[in-house]
Write a protein that binds this ligand. Sequence first.
Ligand SMILES: Nc1ncnc2c1ncn2[C@@H]1O[C@H](COP(=O)(O)OP(=O)(O)O)[C@@H](O)[C@H]1O
Ligand SMILES: [Mg+2]
Length: 259
Amino acid sequence: MAQIIAIANQKGGVGKTTTTLNLAYSLHNMGLKVLTVDFDSQANLTTCFGVEAPNEIETNIADLMMLMMDEKELPEPKSYVLSHDGVDFIPSSISLSVIDAKLRLEMGAEQMLAGILEPLRDEYDYILIDTCPSLGSLTINALAAADKVIITVNPQLLAMMGLQDFMKTVKKIKKRINTKLEVSGILLTMCDSRTNLCKILKEQVYDEYNKVVPVFKTSIPATIKVGESIYYGMSIQQYSPKATAGIAYREFAKELVAL
Ligand SMILES: Nc1ncnc2c1ncn2[C@@H]1O[C@H](COP(=O)(O)OP(=O)(O)O)[C@@H](O)[C@H]1O
Ligand SMILES: [Mg+2]
């Protein structure tokens, strides 16, 4: 039965989508069956899987959320689960922003995504949810569906600020909606280990947070290959197997599986 992991942080540009994509391929390369869910209306992850016009896909995650809210039956998974080089994904589109607004008006609608993913659990080893940069109703739905959450942090963006708010939200969700939710750990992304600043910031993160939540041993180096691989619609492993970030994502996947 799949473990469901949300990749989250209410800040944008901290490597959530990049981590979802590359973790998915690293797990796939380890022989594991992975489903990813694009749960951001910007549909960046969907684009990373080579979909050029996400708004033209017949059934996306927003449609499924709509059906759930209207208490209608969902179609067969094969009609909405797409696949790219061995990794399955449920696409997103801009219409997810409408769902965000609707969820806010609806009572007790925190478990809609959980309801969509629960029947898919048996088919996979891991289900990874790429979340949007907010602490709003979509992220709450993602955290309500998840067993674990990985918090991606770009130390150079001072992304540590705001982490307290995020942790508070996790605590509330654990208490009120989803008792099984655990923070898997903080993953440092885009670390330029050649710079002193990055080293200092990394130490700061460890000092401040390692007592509260684990910080993963592996951190992801910054490399332009990441941007290039996304441009060509590939994972970093496919695009440039020897790239430092690709090696780091492989290490990270191993660390995660061993937890
Ligand atoms: N390890 C990395 N090295 C260099 N650039 C990266 C790395 N990880 C992500 N990026 C770039 O940073 C930007 C933001 O990353 P993204 O994963 O989209 O963040 P988020 O989903 O949190 O908004 C993207 O342009 C991406 O290509
Ligand atoms: Mg993103």
